[in-house]
Design a protein. Structure first.
Length: 95
């Protein structure tokens, strides 16, 4: 049985009113701090799910939040922002 070290992650909520355009590419000013767009990950749930990766300018921490464009053509924003850690992965391609 292996023990994995639990990484403490920062988490906070940002209301839809605070972020204004969550489908845009930022930057966003939240609680006096600037968050810049870094990347996005597309997926599927009950529609097209977009997970946005941001970087807080003041300390360089990365965070993710998600929004959904549903099959019923409505937008849904998830208010939780969770700290994430970038991990570089080497990919080998054979031609």
């Amino acid at each position: 049985m292996s023990k994995t070290k639990e990484i403490k992650r920062e988490r906070f909520t940002v209301s839809e009113d605070e972020i204004e355009d969550f489908t845009g590419s930022g930057p966003w000013r939240i609680n006096g701090k600037v968050y810049k767009w870094v990347d996005e990950i597309l997926g599927h749930s009950d529609g097209e799910l977009t997970t946005v990766i941001t970087k807080r300018v003041s300390d360089g921490k990365h965070f993710k939040f998600s929004w959904l464009y549903s099959y019923s053509q409505n937008y849904y924003y998830h208010e939780d922002w969770d700290e994430v850690f970038p991990k570089e992965v080497e990919t080998t391609i054979y031609e």
